[in-house]
Design a protein around this ligand. Structure first.
Ligand code: UDP
Length: 229
């Protein structure tokens, strides 16, 4: 399971989708798929809309969250299109029914897609407000029997403090779920971490900005942080 935030798709423009960036990430996914790895993805929606922002501006929280989930569908379709342009077979599966643009979520069908080496992109989060796409990624990763969640970020792992602000920040090679929760380390939200912990699903945090980074991690090279039990 590859989890990326919506912001990973916006490039330097601060909002929305930046097609060259989408294509670059699609290249990363393709190189890993070419290794024979079964791969599914969850893409966030923060580059378009976040429920919390909407509710802070007076919108009803649940409605704002549904808008956030819809944003993830747009990102998923953009990624599907970029991957298909590279000759891959891709299915977008939405947790909110919209049969004209995406398949509904049927677990066994999603598993079958993976067996057939199709790339599966899970869209619309968990389908429920008050959750995040990190939790959706963890949920689907458990359901698909994924071996790990790969969380692609802008930094090469989990640090004790923000490495962009503090020159003396130290990166963890390994860190436990409980340490992440106790020290409020910036990996995923607490529900996602707890769900990963309860099912012993490792989370690998790595940099997607590094060309070839995703493939490197799967080949046993490169720097990353492993969150485990
Ligand atoms: N969201 C939701 N339920 C889910 C997943 C997502 O309500 O199961 C909404 C929520 O409003 C969130 C938005 O969709 O703010 C976008 O997802 P997220 O913030 O996780 O995106 P990312 O930060 O990864 O880009």
């Amino acid at each position: 399971m590859l989890k990326i935030s919506g912001e990973a798709l916006m490039g330097d423009q601060g909002f929305g989708l930046h097609p060259p960036t989408v294509q670059r990430i699609a290249d990363e996914v393709k190189t890993v798929h070419d290794m024979g790895v079964e791969i599914c993805m969850v893409i966030g929606g923060g580059n378009i809309f976040r429920g919390l922002q909407g509710s802070a501006q007076g919108m009803e929280r649940a409605t704002a969250d549904y808008m956030g989930m819809l944003a993830t569908v747009m990102n998923a379709l953009a990624m599907q299109s970029a991957l298909e342009a590279k000759g891959l077979y891709v299915r977008v599966i939405s947790a909110i029914r919209m049969d004209e643009v995406a398949e509904p979520y049927i677990r066994r069908r999603a598993v079958r897609h993976l067996e057939k080496k199709r790339i599966v992109i899970f869209a619309a989060g968990t389908g429920n407000p008050y959750f995040t796409t990190d939790t959706a990624a963890t949920l689907r990763a458990n359901e698909m029997n994924c071996q790990a969640i790969f969380k692609g970020t802008k930094v090469d792992g989990v640090y004790d403090k923000d490495p962009k602000k503090h020159a003396d920040a130290v990166r963890y090679d390994n860190v436990t779920y409980d340490e992440v929760l106790q020290k409020h380390l910036n990996v995923m939200d607490a529900s996602a971490i707890a769900l990963a912990r309860d099912n012993n699903l490792p989370i690998i945090v790595f940099s997607l900005d590094e060309p070839g980074g995703f493939r490197g991690i799967l080949s046993g090279t490169g720097t990353y942080t492993r969150v485990h039990g």
